[in-house]
Design a protein around this ligand. Structure first.
Ligand SMILES: Nc1ncnc2c1ncn2[C@@H]1O[C@H](COP(=O)(O)OP(=O)(O)OP(=O)(O)O)[C@@H](O)[C@H]1O
Ligand SMILES: [Mg+2]
Length: 212
């Protein structure tokens, strides 16, 4: 891939209608490709306001004919924490939403706002949008607050909450500075084990659903 085209990011995909092939990059893992983002993306929100198709840009980008050249099992769209036009683009484009819930005091409050937005997106644009599940992250089992958040989440959301919890684990926070996923950085760490377990749980949930 020529160097110039490697400079292209999700910003180009959304705002400049770049071709998928120009923005997708291979990684060191054979089965994983990424479309990188830069800080440019943070201004996309404002630049897109007057665009009539502003909520459908990612939906359309991921459904361009070039997509047929790839055979993805999963496409993960990493969203900002705030509910803005980028998040809406992701929800309009996606089949489901995976919600990380930090084991902190206000976590559940943010969740009720998210549920309202999900309902609006379903009504306006993507009726089949599912909740993939809620995953407890930064979990510290010695901390009462973590246990309280888990209990509240399971009481209120039931089976939507994954059994797997992601513990607070320093290896997870170190991995990005080596530009590595934690699974490669320290495959035996508690964080890596938990993420693998989450993948197993998610895939088996999906298989059960497909069999129904
Ligand atoms: N399980 C974990 N244990 C320890 N540290 C973690 C864990 N998960 C994430 N972190 C650290 O917490 C910080 C925020 O994590 P991350 O970037 O995944 O969160 P985010 O909500 O996506 O943030 P952003 O809004 O910046 O995208 C990072 O420094 C990361 O390394
Ligand atoms: Mg993030």
């Amino acid at each position: 891939m020529p160097a110039e085209s490697r400079q292209q990011t999700t910003y180009d995909l959304l705002v400049e209608s770049a071709e998928l092939s120009a923005v997708i990059r291979k990684t060191e893992l054979d089965d994983l490709c990424i479309i990188p983002a830069t800080v440019d993306l943070s201004s996309a929100d404002i630049e897109l306001i007057s665009n009539e198709k502003r909520s459908y840009l990612l939906h359309d980008a991921l459904r361009q004919p070039a997509m047929d050249e790839y055979d993805w099992d999963y496409i993960l769209i990493d969203c900002p924490p705030s509910l803005n036009l980028l998040t809406v683009n992701a929800m309009v484009a996606a089949h489901s939403v995976l919600i990380p819930l930090q084991s902190e005091f206000f976590a559940l409050e943010g969740l009720s706002q998210l549920m309202l937005t999900l309902r609006e997106v379903r009504q306006a644009a993507n009726p089949k949008l599912r909740i993939e599940g809620v995953v407890l992250t930064m979990y510290d089992r010695r901390n009462n607050l973590s246990q309280q958040v888990e209990q509240d989440a399971r009481e209120n959301l039931g089976d939507l909450v994954f059994r797997t919890k992601i513990p607070r684990n320093v290896r997870v926070s170190e991995a990005p500075s080596f530009a590595m996923p934690v699974l490669t950085y320290d495959s035996g760490s508690l964080g890596a084990k938990a993420y693998r377990q989450l993948a197993v749980e998610l895939i088996s949930k999906n298989q059960e659903m497909a069999a129904e």
